[in-house]
Every structure is written in structure tokens, then in C-alpha cells.
Ligand binder design. Structure first.
Ligand code: ADP
Ligand code: MG
Length: 258
């Protein structure tokens, strides 16, 4: 009698499905081409650090993922869904994708807790009590539960950024995008935010982080992507990227920041 081979339950990590897939993505501001045929994939659970000179298109690239910017050529898929102008598609994608910005972007007239419950309540219809419990859970995870009743202006920059991370997590995103989350912070506050991000990474979150914190890149990145003038110039493991960069432009960049 023929026996069937057992199903392989777990595919190797490198074969995890794509959370984000960009194929040939280009974008122009007027005549200026800001993204030039970007091919970029992020598999579920991967942590990717994006770096490159100011103006190279890093923010624009990750903002295209949740449609804060609109690309003009190529395809972007988020969890398999093709990004289009369809409002329902955009809403769904934004629920899957959390974003943390350089300047925290907390609502100044709301307390930390109110910042955290706003979207779950009004976008997802989570009841107040449940939304508040979930928010307190995440505020504990980023180690600022005692700041829940305060307004953003009463917090340090590091605490504000951790509140912003907690607020994003309250929507249970599948992917987190970080756009230079520590670059507006005083140096002594950078570590606490990076520690939060390292913990998030070790919990298995899919992450794309634009940052020049190369210690963080070495510690958590599966892959480092270097952008210059709207193109991905190099994409490699941290070991390869720092130890044996292939491209002249990457070497120049690294010599400036390391
Ligand atoms: P990075 O994040 O790598 O510093 P950005 O994605 O912010 O780069 O910007 C890439 C380029 O696009 C820069 O030259 C910037 O001046 C330009 N740019 C960004 N946003 C706009 C905009 N809304 N209109 C016109 N040009 C823009
Ligand atoms: Mg930027």
C-alpha cells in the first residue's frame, strides 16, 4: 500500500510569507524621482533596518506601505493585499500596519491612556473597559504604566516615544514601521526606546526600522538595507553589511556614521 509523506507543518524561516512586498515601485514628486524601481520584501517575523543618507527616500518608501504616500509605478502588497485607491483596502492595510514617527505624534490634548484607547474604540469598536485594559497592558510592557493619566507634554521624550509605541501596539498590528524613532531624542533617552524596540523584536514582531542606530541593527536586524538617491543600493545580513559592504556608496556612508 502507498503511504503519503507527512505534511511539513513548518516551512523554513526564509520561506515565511511576505508581510510586505514591493515590486518595481517608483514615485515622483513633480519631476523629481524619489523612489526608483524599488524591490523590497519583508517576510513575517523579519526585522529589517533601513539606512541611508538624508533625502535618499527612506521615509517615502515606508510611508508608501500604509499609503501615507502614493506610488505611481509598481506594486505593493501588504499581507497579500494589493494596495489600491480603494478606501476599504487602505483602512484594512492601516489596521495591519503600525507606524511610529520621529516626533512621537501623540495627541497633545489627550492623556497617554486616552491616546492609546482612541483608535481601538473608534476604528475597531472595542468597548472602553477592554480598550483601557489592553492599553494598560501595553503601557506596562513599555514600562510607563505610571504615566497613563498624564498629558504628553508632562513626559520626557523617551516616555513619549514609548507611549507612541504602546499606542500603535493597541491596534494589534502585524507589522510595525519605525521612522527614525530615536533621532529627536536627547542621547541619554535613546537607550530606553531602543530597549523597547529590542523587546518587541524578540517577541517576534515583524519590523521595518529606519534608523542610524547601528548597534541596534547589529543586535536585531535580519537584514540591513542601504538606500541612496531613491534606490536600494545594498541589502545584506548585518554581518555582511558591516563586515564586508559590497558597494562604494555603502562604505562611504558607513565611514561617516560609525
Ligand atoms: P529620507 O527619509 O531618506 O531623508 P525622504 O523620503 O523624506 O528621505 O525624502 C526623499 C526626497 O524627497 C528628499 O529629496 C525630499 O526633499 C523629497 N521630498 C519628500 N517629501 C516631499 C514632498 N512632499 N514634496 C516634494 N519633495 C519631497
Ligand atoms: Mg526620513
Amino acid at each position: 500500500m502507498m503511504t503519503t509523506a507527512p505534511q511539513i507543518a513548518q516551512s523554513p524561516a526564509g520561506e515565511a510569507p511576505f508581510s510586505v512586498e514591493m515590486i518595481g515601485v517608483s514615485k515622483w514628486y513633480g519631476h523629481f524621482q524619489v523612489l526608483n524601481s524599488i524591490d523590497f520584501g519583508v517576510r513575517r517575523g523579519e526585522k529589517i533596518v533601513v539606512c541611508g543618507p538624508s533625502g535618499s527616500g527612506k521615509s517615502t518608501m515606508i510611508r508608501c506601505v500604509n499609503r501615507l504616500e502614493v506610488h505611481q509605478q509598481g506594486e505593493i502588497r501588504v499581507n497579500g493585499t494589493l494596495l489600491t485607491d480603494n478606501v476599504r483596502v487602505i483602512d484594512r492595510v492601516r489596521q495591519d500596519v503600525g507606524m511610529v514617527f520621529q516626533n512621537f505624534n501623540l495627541y497633545p490634548h489627550l492623556t497617554v491612556l486616552e491616546n492609546c484607547v482612541l483608535a481601538p474604540r473608534w476604528v475597531k469598536g472595542v468597548p472602553r473597559k477592554e480598550a483601557e485594559e489592553r492599553a494598560m497592558g501595553y503601557l506596562e510592557r513599555v514600562r510607563i504604566p505610571d504615566q497613563a493619566g498624564k498629558y504628553p507634554s508632562q513626559l520626557s521624550g523617551g516616555q513619549q516615544q514609548r507611549a507612541a509605541i504602546a499606542r500603535s501596539l493597541c491596534m494589534n498590528p502585524e507589522i510595525m514601521l519605525f521612522d527614525e524613532p530615536t533621532s529627536a531624542l536627547d542621547p541619554e533617552l535613546v537607550r530606553e526606546v531602543l530597549d523597547t524596540m529590542v523587546e518587541l523584536a524578540s517577541d517576534g514582531m515583524t519590523m521595518v526600522c529606519v534608523t542610524h542606530e547601528m548597534g541596534f541593527a547589529r543586535q536585531v536586524a535580519d537584514r540591513v538595507v542601504f538606500m541612496d538617491r531613491g534606490r536600494i543600493v545594498e541589502s545584506a545580513s548585518p554581518g555582511e553589511f558591516f563586515g564586508n559592504p559590497k558597494e562604494e556608496r555603502t562604505r562611504n556612508f558607513l565611514s561617516q556614521i560609525l
